[in-house]
Design a protein around this ligand. Structure first.
Ligand code: HEM
Length: 411
């Protein structure tokens, strides 16, 4: 491929199987690429960091215009509950609105609260593995990877077993999956959007009741923390709290589930790495970092240029969008030695998988804790774990999440 020939097409099925050859070609031939869909795509580590750290020149911009780019100017964005919700989550806001809500959330989601969760996260991992241990096999994604972060998020928010019965949990998971499609920036058919709208209304109603209950009966949990958080402008409104809760639940669900699935696949595609982890489960924390670098479950993020900005020799004009392919930066040989090698003892620069700057992932510590506990527990309970690599199926819908729909393991 020569300069200008390399093309980025998020619907290319090959990208779902293995996006890294295209990421390499983009990095080498057109690192700040203007794609046919009308937005820019960045792939080099330094450019990606420059964009996510730069709050003066890049931000989320005008939400309505960003969505109308895909549907056309007559599309009534805010008449859809799902887009209304998306427009209100702090990830899609710029300061000062972003600063206020993020500040109130981090008052409640403190490092201490995450550290205190360790024994309970361990108990959740043990309970899920107890349920399958005698079977000698499991389908990793549905029997473990999806259930684990859902139960952890319920524990963190403080949902009681009545509030989060098995039936409610599967409804919540389905609702999050149906509603979160709008996270992907593209146009959706009417029926998909109508389902996303209904599911957001269901979730707003569900979390609204949880916060109302905590207001009357405070607990030591994140839901009560959100009810009590306040700054000089006052507390979060009930609507803001429900918006935040759906955002946290959703942001921490597929990302973490796929981190576990992608990680087990990588560890067994390089059996020497699994053997190292089994011999020394204390490597689980650095293995989690390498999984996040090597096979990130979230491919990238989006920004809008506030003014004309030169990046990698190209001028991004005010109002234009840029897709930051963080996963491509994680394999940049200018930063990572032998970047396509999976090495759970890797030292050196940080991956970009949690983003950076003012939108740096607020759940990073929790995700790291979950990764570490999932890996230590699997390696110590099932040292002979055999992952059937041929059973791995990459999800086909969407582009932003990279994860498996099936992965079989036995012991
Ligand atoms: C492997 C797991 C995870 C990955 C790879 C991940 C990745 C990311 C990335 C890349 C961003 C920045 C997006 C941007 O700059 O546009 C982000 C933001 C965010 N993440 Fe995560 N995340 C993970 C887990 C979690 C968890 C467990 C939670 C909740 C407890 C969470 C909550 C959030 C929130 C609320 C934001 C928005 C922050 C802001 O806009 O200020 N994430 N995440």
């Amino acid at each position: 491929m020569t300069e200008g020939k390399v093309r980025f097409d998020p619907s290319d099925p090959q990208l779902k199987l293995d996006p890294y050859p295209l990421f390499k070609a983009l990095r080498e031939q057109d690192p700040v690429h203007f794609c046919d869909l009308g937005f820019w795509v960045a792939t080099r580590y330094d450019d990606l960091r420059a964009v996510v750290m730069d709050r003066e020149n890049f931000g989320q911009g005008d939400f309505i215009k960003n969505i109308q780019l895909f549907y056309g100017p007559d599309f009534d964005v805010l008449s859809h509950a799902s887009y209304r919700w998306l427009s209100e989550i702090f990830l899609y806001q710029d300061p000062p609105r972003h600063t206020r809500v993020r500040g109130l959330v981090t008052q409640a989601l403190t490092a201490r609260r995450v550290a205190e969760m360790r024994p309970r996260v361990q108990a959740i991992a043990d309970r899920l593995l107890d349920a399958v241990a005698a079977d000698g096999q499991m389908e990793v994604i549905h029997q473990f990877a999806y259930k684990f972060p859902t139960l952890v998020m319920c524990d963190m928010l403080g949902l009681s077993s009545e509030e989060a019965s098995d039936e409610v949990l599967s409804q919540l998971n389905q609702a999050i999956a149906d509603a979160f499609v709008v996270f992907e920036m593209r146009a959706f058919p009417d029926d998909v959007l109508a389902l996303a709208d209904r599911q957001i209304e269901f979730l707003e109603d569900f979390f609204g009741k949880v916060f109302a209950a905590r207001r009357h009966n405070p607990q030591d949990d994140l839901a009560t923390g959100l009810v009590n958080a306040r700054d000089e402008t006052g507390p979060l409104s009930d609507h803001e709290m429900a918006t935040v809760a759906i955002g946290l639940f959703g942001a921490g669900f597929e990302t973490t589930a796929h981190m576990i699935g992608n990680g087990l696949l990588a560890l067994h595609s390089y059996p020497d790495q699994w053997a190292k982890l089994v011999a020394n489960p204390a490597l689980a924390a650095s293995a989690t970092e390498e999984i996040l670098r090597y096979e990130s479950s979230l491919i990238g993020s989006n920004r809008t240029a506030f003014c004309d900005v030169v990046l990698g020799g190209k001028t991004i004009k005010a109002g234009e969008r840029i897709l930051t392919l963080l996963a491509a930066g994680n394999r940049d040989p200018a930063v990572f030695e032998d970047p396509d090698r999976f090495d759970i003892e890797r030292k050196g620069p940080r991956h970009l998988s949690f983003g950076g700057g003012i939108h740096f992932c607020v759940g990073a510590e929790l995700a790291r804790l979950e990764g570490e506990i999932a890996l230590t527990t699997l390696a110590s309970r099932f040292p002979s774990l055999n992952v059937d690599i041929s059973s791995a199926r990459w999800r086909q819908e969407g582009f932003m999440f990279r994860g498996l729909t099936d992965l079989k393991a036995s012991w």
